[in-house]
Write a protein that binds this ligand. Structure first.
Ligand code: PGA
Ligand code: ZN
Length: 433
């Protein structure tokens, strides 16, 4: 057994896909194995996420991370040096105890998540295994169903449209590679369609086409048009997934659709979304209601077709306790898993364990601020989560992740299995009578 005692931990400031500072951590062990990871950053964050520690002030728009980097290089390094990099639970518990705020407000969730993930990489490297296989511990794995953005919106596109993500997923594809190829065609045709309208203005934060539409529904129509022009049967082969990100435009049961100059109450929004589900081939809806509107979230889940995937992101923030509460109320049937929402891998994994036990599906997700770090791909495969969301089909911080999964599928060869539509979350239909 290689000696995985941690001998050194360092952090540095690197830059993310929005050109903003972020934290990279590096963990060295006695056997020479080294692990490295970079914290991502969200733009439409849930209020109960781990705190992303920023310097504030004028320089770099207040976004610098010198305090978070210093926390790794001093306190965190002192505390974790001498610990075993393979003991993820103990490492993450030590990070939590050291922080002592409950939400990483003191050390910074960006500092702790980078260290937590870097330790995992060190452990896998020491074992001489690719990360996904190290995590799978001998269990057979499936390639995840990818959820890929075609048009960006909401906080990722200057609020040009209200809805944040207009995505596709390919329930008809037989492999991960095929799902990517189909998506590439849809993405290309969506771009051509924008061009033909004189409305191709580049891409939004996650690489989706800039959403130059006059209504949210127009974007949905364009998406169906792109699927058809690409030669696919909407719904059966290529379906729509939406991230409404309703916490970004709704509070206290009032929702303001800026683009359409409309204000809706919770039931008004539910009605609108259910109408879209009837009119368009929608297979998945994320955050249909705001995080402070749990009763309406549950009402939407009950009213929707039991075959519709209803995803909690800002609503659940990868938190096991919130997931249990939601399950008790019958809200959502799928959880989005973002390690930096909690600040450690252990807590993120605990949420996934709770979700699985309660019959929820899962989607491992990147953030809108990303880097070349591809850890989320290994988590989706190694933890057997079944679905992966990392943004669009452009920009290398996104493509690095899709390409990483492609390599894994190729490496598995004839043993490769694709999760496909079976990974989608569903609400058990209420018993008849
Ligand atoms: P964020 O958005 O990374 O900007 O928070 C992603 C999402 O809402 O899924
Ligand atoms: Zn979301």
């Amino acid at each position: 057994m290689p000696d995985t005692t941690i001998t050194q931990i360092t952090a540095r400031r690197v830059w993310d896909s929005r050109g903003r500072p972020t934290v990279e951590a590096e963990v060295h062990s006695a056997c020479g194995a080294v692990g490295r990871a970079i914290a991502p950053a969200g733009a439409s964050r849930g209020s109960r996420e781990a705190i992303d520690l920023r310097d504030g002030g004028e320089r770099l728009g207040g976004m610098d991370v010198s305090r978070a980097v210093a926390n790794v290089n001093s306190e965190i390094a002192r505390r974790l040096t001498g610990m075993d990099a393979t003991r993820q639970l103990e490492i993450d518990q030590a990070l939590n105890a050291l922080d002592a705020t409950g939400n990483k407000a003191r050390l910074g969730g960006n500092a702790t998540v980078a260290v937590s993930m870097a330790c995992l990489h060190t452990a896998a490297n020491a074992a001489g295994e690719p990360l996904w296989r190290y995590l799978a511990q001998g269990e057979s794995v499936r390639l995840p169903l990818p959820e890929i953005q075609i048009f960006g919106g909401g906080a990722h596109a200057g609020r040009r449209v209200d809805i944040q993500d207009f995505m596709v997923l390919c329930p008809g594809a037989r492999s991960f590679a095929q799902a990517l190829e189909w998506t590439a065609e849809v993405y290309r045709h969506a771009g051509l369609l924008m061009q033909s309208r004189g409305a191709r203005f580049g891409v939004a934060d996650e690489g989706g086409w800039w959403p130059a539409f006059d209504s949210n529904e127009e974007a949905l129509e364009a998406l169906v048009g792109a699927i058809e022009r690409a030669g696919f049967v909407p719904g059966d082969e290529v379906a729509i997934a939406l991230d409404i990100a309703a916490s970004d435009f709704g509070r206290a049961g009032r929702y303001t659709l800026g683009l359409e100059r409309r204000e809706l109450d919770s039931d008004g929004l539910i009605e609108l979304l259910l109408r879209w589900c009837e009119k368009f081939p929608i297979a998945s809806i994320e955050d249909p209601l705001a995080e402070d509107d749990p009763d309406a979230f549950a009402r939407f889940t009950r009213a929707a077709d039991p075959g519709l995937q209803v995803v909690g992101d800002d609503f659940l923030v990868s938190d096991a306790a919130l997931l249990r509460q939601a399950a008790a109320a019958g809200a959502a049937n799928t959880v989005l898993l973002k390690p930096n929402q909690r600040g450690t891998l252990t807590e993120t994994r605990q949420c996934w364990d709770a979700a699985r036990a309660l019959g929820y599906a899962g989607i491992v997700s990147a953030r809108s601020g990303e880097t070349e770090d591809t850890t989320v791909v290994d988590l989706a495969i190694g933890w057997q989560v079944g679905q992966l969301k990392v943004g669009s089909f452009a920009r290398s911080e996104r493509m690095a992740k899709w390409n990483a999964a492609l390599r894994i599928e190729e490496r598995l060869g004839s043993r490769a299995r694709f999760a496909g539509a079976s990974a989608l979350g569903r609400t058990r239909a209420a018993p008849a009578g």
